[in-house]
Design a protein around this ligand. Sequence first.
Ligand SMILES: Cc1cc2nc3c(=O)[nH]c(=O)nc-3n(C[C@H](O)[C@H](O)[C@H](O)COP(=O)(O)O)c2cc1C
Length: 331
Amino acid sequence: MTDRRFSIAPMMEWTDRHCRFFHRLLTRRARLYTEMITTGAVLRGDRARLLGFDPAEHPVAVQLGGSDPRALADAARICADLGYDEINLNVGCPSDRVREGRFGACLMAEPALVGECVAAMKAAVRIPVTVKCRIGIDDQDSEESLDTFTRTVVAAGVDGLVVHARKAWLDGLSPKENRDIPPLDYDRVYRLKRAWPALPVTINGGIASVEQGAAHLAHLDGAMMGRAAYQEPWRLLAVDPLIYGSPAPFTTPKAALEAFFPYVARELAHGTRLHAMTRHILGLFHAVPGARAFRRHIATHAVKPGAGVAVLHDALAQVVDARAELAHIAA
Ligand SMILES: Cc1cc2nc3c(=O)[nH]c(=O)nc-3n(C[C@H](O)[C@H](O)[C@H](O)COP(=O)(O)O)c2cc1C
């Protein structure tokens, strides 16, 4: 059975393949998600650029944005053939652009259509098909509407739900505000799981530490961390020991970063700019003397034309303290 105990959320502009490779060095076990990719991009875009990933990223799920069952089925098939481990449908993004395309969070109001989308994808692929949603939108009653939504996607064969435990307010709030202002309601997600015990349910929203993620597992199948994982990636070194009872891949953030160097060198040789990779690592050192100098060195030098791995070596040399060792994490 698919292990969904800990995952890192899909985040546009953030969880690209370089970011995911880096996260994979910090946890061998967490499930990773791509940025949302629209069906139009999958079907007509530059697939190698949009969908390419490194085999080391497994288990990795692709998140699709769309609401046309046939296009979603075709896109799902392409992604499954490329080797993704799961197809996830975005029913949580509140941006106007997405809403105009009639997908994302506004689909919470169209459960029957989401059911058709899930059924079409399920018929097209053998890998799990999941949905990431909110507890409701606007003035929906989040008890009733989330139950109706769930009943419909379960009937369509969905293999799991990821629930961002707050509503999205489609009028008046920006996407960023919609990640903070509508209140979190974890109990609503726990009730959902109790009502659908056979359905794998993952909770998302406001999980600030791996310990907090672990606490949700008393009630649910999975915890998904978004911003905290990206902004403070050092936290991910705790995932394998705390969630899975297996050793962390590295005992220090420093060692994990050194393991990133060969990947960076290889990508540079293929024409990737250094900054495209290093922008994801800025939060790696926390409360360690030299962390600020590390960030500043990268911010200043990684953007320069021709910048190479030496920038990373020099940045790392700014991190002076061996306390970068996180003893409790290495247990
Ligand atoms: C920069 C950014 C981009 C995001 N892009 C997506 C996306 O493409 N698809 C999606 O389902 N959610 C997206 N989200 C929402 C996150 O997946 C997650 O639901 C949200 O940040 C709440 O979790 P957190 O409190 O752990 O960050 C994005 C969030 C951020 C901060």
